[in-house]
Every structure is written in structure tokens, then in C-alpha cells.
Design a protein around this ligand. Structure first.
Ligand code: IDC
Length: 479
């Protein structure tokens, strides 16, 4: 019992004591006067606080500072607010980059500067890349007598890597030719006229068949066709040594290449004529040679679409149209094995007998045209040509002159102009005899003049000077 009483006493004592403490705590908040010494923040207590949570603060309003100004950064205790100096900082520039990229041919530029002050961080040239984007195509269209250009150029800066001249009447723009009814048409089916010059016999004047000479002629005449006259007789292709024959063949090849380089069309002319060898008046006489030649050349150039094959120059003497047909029916299929290029077919009486042709035309071929030759100061009947065209026959004047048929004598300007008028009206193509410095008035170069590149008027005979106005005139009107 004594023990129980003692325990109760102790408990009562404990309860009394703890209540008294509780009252003191509550009073502390309500009555500052009652605060005891140990709860007041005094200097002595400061040392005891241990700052544990910080944030960085600055002592300035950044909006009021300029780039480059200094300000202090402090560490602030987030519990007691105490600040401690940390470091100095500088207001940075706000940089802006302006960049113009370099291209293949033009330097670029990069400028980095501060938006708020004149500070420039860097200002530099970005060197051009030289990485051209080369493409192939038309660089410049031709206009009138002025050549255009086609080739490889940079599509970004137009830098030209390689190019060749093209002409308004040239192969690049007109492409593969074909025959549509009576008309020669270009790759778009538009009526098209070839106007140009023929070489003289390659066995005598082959020296003019090269790119330099053809360029000189083309620059002056702006012709769009060259005709290469491969004589069969008179020491020509069928009547010469094997080595000379090979040389003549190579001259034809050279002529094709030169004309092609000049954006021109080219006629390969089997120039049978029989001026010396009576037999050669008939194309059947050298039929085997012709077969071999046309087979070889048309195969070699089967991918060229600027070549026309004139399979017989001027049948004459007793040669009939039936002979010519027989010959044509042998040669055309040989050419057709390789190409559907235009084939020019001659006829009797020095290729002036279109009446015979009209009575009995060739059958079964496309892209063939009938040739007609005239010399304006001789008795050639213009009607023979125009009637054939008007009746729907495709005709092509692969040789003509303004003088007599001998290739000499005066030029009959009135007559030749009439021919041009009638041919132009019908888009009939024509080729003038001849590129050489031989004696006759039909040779465009002065007799014995040694010019090879310069075909300005001082080197030319009257015929050359006049014919130049005809060929150029066709493009001048388009200027
Ligand atoms: C002429 C030449 C002449 C040559 C003669 C014979 O001008 O130098 O001696 O041939 O080879 C044609 C012929 C063409 C002629 C021309 C002029 O296709 O070869 O050239 N002509 O006579 N047909 C009508 C005229």
C-alpha cells in the first residue's frame, strides 16, 4: 500500500510539472514580455546558425546595365538571408549572326555583332566553294546571224566548261530531218530549208575540207549545209589508187565531222558525172563501188542524224530514169540497213528530168527526195522544179549556180533571183557550186587565191560575194 501511494504521488508530481511547462510555451507567443533570454536572437546566437541552403543573387538590375558593365554575384542563404560575395561578372553581349552562304563562284560573308552595342565579334569572308553543278544544255539561244551556245555549264553561276556554237538554222535546234509530202521538215515537223555550198571534186580540192576552212566559210556564209562531192571518175574514188581511195574516203569523213562541229547538215554526194569517162554517165556503171561505199559510210555514221546521202550526182548521156530507179533500188536498201537518213535521188539529163520522175516515182521508201540541178544563166526550165513540188514531189536542189552550166560565164542575177524567190516560197533547199579557187566563175574563191580560213569578200569571186548575201540574208531578216 505504501508503495502504491508513493507511485501515485510521483505521477501527480510529473503531471503538475508538465502542465506548467505547457502553459509557459503558449504564453511565449502571446506575450513577448514573457520571452525568456534563451529564445531571443542575439549576437551570441548568430554564430550558432549554420547556413545550409543558398541561392545566387546579384546586386544590380541587369536591364539598367550596358554590355561590358560589371556586377557582383552573391550567395544568399535562403534561411537567414545572409549574403556572401561570390564573384564579379560582366554583362555579356547579345550576339547576332548574319550569314550569306558562299556559292560555287561567289564568296559568302559572316558577320557576328552585338545587338546592343557596336561590338563586332567577327566579320569574315567565306570563300567560294568552286563546286559547280555542271549540266548540259543550251547556254544561249542564237538570234539572227548571232550564234548561240550549247554545252556544259554550271546551273548555279553559268560558268561554261565547254561549248559549241549553235545557229538559228542549225542542226542542234532542228535535229533529225524527214520528208513530209513534198516538204523537208525538221524534228518538230516544221518546214525546213537547207541552204549551203558544195565542195568541188574532193580529188582536186580536198584541202578545203577541214574544220578551219569550213569554219571560215561558215562564219561568212552562215550556211546550214555542206555538200561533199566525191567524184567517181576523173581520178576520183573509182578511178584511183587504193591509197588515194582511202584518202578520199577519209576526206569525206573529215568533212562530215567538220560540218557536224559547225552545227551543220552535210550531204555525201556520189559525184558520178561522166565528164571524162562516158560509162560514168550511168550510175549503174559503178554500182558495186557505190554499194560498198554507201554501205560503209552509212554504217560508220549511223548514229549521225545530220547526214543526207546523195546517191547519184548527174546521170546523163543515154541514161534513163529506169536506170536511175534500178540503181536507187539497189542503193537505198543498203543505206536503210543503217539509217533512215534522207536519200537524195538524181535523174537523167544532168538531174534536170523531174518529168520522168513524176511519171514513175520510186515506191516503198520514206525520206527520199528527188534532186534538181540548174545553172541560172542557161536554159533550165524553172517550171520543171516548181511543178514537181506543186504536184507533191519532194524536190531538193543539191547543186546550182548563177552562171552557165559550164561553171563559168556571167552570173544572171535576174534569173537566179527568180529561182531563189520560187524556191524560198516553197521551202526548197539549195546548194551552190562550189568551194574552190579554180578557174570558172562558179568557184567562190578568187582564182589561185591561197586563202584557207579567211573568206571575206576580198578573197572571193563575184559569185561568192553575191551568194553570201543570199545565205546570210536568210538569217539577217530574223535579227
Ligand atoms: C565542173 C567543174 C569543172 C570540172 C567539171 C568536170 O566546175 O572544174 O572540170 O565539173 O568535172 C555540174 C556538175 C559539176 C560541174 C558543174 C559545172 O555536177 O561537177 O563542175 N556542173 O560545170 N552539173 C552542171 C554543172
Amino acid at each position: 500500500m505504501k508503495k502504491i501511494c508513493l507511485l501515485i504521488f510521483i505521477m501527480l508530481l510529473f503531471i503538475t510539472f508538465s502542465c506548467k511547462n505547457k502553459n509557459n510555451d503558449e504564453n511565449k507567443d502571446n506575450n513577448p514580455e514573457q520571452q525568456t533570454e534563451d529564445t531571443l536572437p542575439d549576437e551570441g546566437k548568430e554564430d550558432i546558425h549554420e547556413c545550409r541552403y543558398f541561392k545566387e543573387v546579384i546586386d544590380a538590375d541587369l536591364n539598367l546595365l550596358n554590355c561590358g558593365d560589371e556586377y557582383d554575384v552573391y550567395n544568399e542563404c535562403s534561411e537567414c538571408g545572409k549574403k556572401t560575395f561570390l564573384r564579379k561578372e560582366i554583362v555579356p553581349h547579345e550576339l547576332i549572326t548574319e550569314r550569306e552562304e558562299a556559292t560555287c563562284s561567289q564568296d559568302g560573308h559572316e558577320l557576328i555583332y552585338c545587338k546592343f552595342c557596336d561590338y563586332v565579334e567577327s566579320n569574315q569572308i567565306i570563300p567560294k566553294t568552286n563546286l559547280h553543278n555542271y549540266v548540259e544544255g543550251v547556254i544561249e539561244m542564237p538570234k539572227g546571224t548571232t550564234a548561240g551556245k550549247v554545252g556544259v555549264y554550271c546551273s548555279m553561276c553559268n560558268k561554261v566548261q565547254s561549248s559549241k556554237n549553235i545557229y538559228q538554222n542549225g542542226h542542234f535546234l532542228h535535229g533529225k530531218l524527214s520528208v513530209d509530202g513534198a516538204d523537208l521538215v525538221d524534228q518538230y515537223g516544221e518546214k525546213f530549208q537547207l541552204v549551203g555550198l558544195s565542195t568541188h571534186g574532193l580529188q582536186w580540192f580536198g584541202k578545203y575540207v577541214n574544220l578551219d576552212t569550213f569554219t571560215g566559210i561558215h562564219n561568212e556564209f552562215l550556211n546550214n549545209v555542206f555538200r561533199l562531192s566525191l567524184y567517181t571518175s576523173e581520178n576520183g574514188y573509182c578511178e584511183c589508187s587504193a591509197s588515194k581511195k582511202e584518202q578520199l574516203y577519209n576526206t569525206v569523213v573529215k568533212g562530215i565531222e567538220a560540218a557536224t562541229a559547225l552545227d551543220c547538215y552535210v550531204i555525201v554526194d556520189w559525184h558520178m558525172l561522166g565528164a571524162e569517162n562516158e560509162n560514168d554517165k550511168n550510175p549503174l556503171y559503178y554500182l558495186d563501188e557505190a554499194k560498198e561505199f554507201f554501205g560503209k559510210i552509212s554504217k560508220q555514221f549511223k548514229d549521225y542524224d545530220n547526214i543526207l546521202y546523195e546517191i547519184m550526182n548527174e546521170p546523163c548521156g543515154s541514161t534513163t530514169w529506169a536506170d536511175c530507179k534500178q540503181y536507187a533500188n539497189e542503193i537505198i536498201p543498203i543505206i536503210r540497213e543503217n539509217t533512215d537518213a534522207i536519200v537524195l535521188v538524181g535523174n537523167p539529163k544532168w538531174t534536170a528530168d523531174l518529168e520522168s520522175v513524176m511519171k514513175s516515182p520510186l515506191k516503198g521508201y520514206t525520206n527520199i527526195m528527188y534532186t534538181f540541178h540548174f545553172y541560172a544563166n542557161d536554159s533550165f526550165n524553172q517550171k520543171k522544179l516548181t511543178n514537181a513540188y506543186d504536184a507533191g514531189f519532194p524536190v531538193f536542189v543539191s547543186e546550182h549556180g548563177g552562171m552557165e552550166a559550164s561553171g563559168d560565164g556571167a552570173i544572171d542575177y535576174t534569173s537566179v533571183k527568180k529561182w531563189y524567190t520560187e524556191m524560198d516560197k516553197r521551202n526548197i533547199s539549195y546548194v551552190a557550186w562550189n568551194i574552190s579557187n579554180s578557174k570558172g566563175s562558179a568557184s567562190i574563191i578568187k582564182y589561185n587565191d591561197s586563202t584557207m580560213k579567211d573568206f571575206s569578200d576580198s578573197h572571193l569571186k563575184e559569185w561568192g560575194i553575191y551568194y553570201k548575201t543570199v545565205t546570210r540574208g536568210r538569217l539577217e531578216t530574223n535579227n
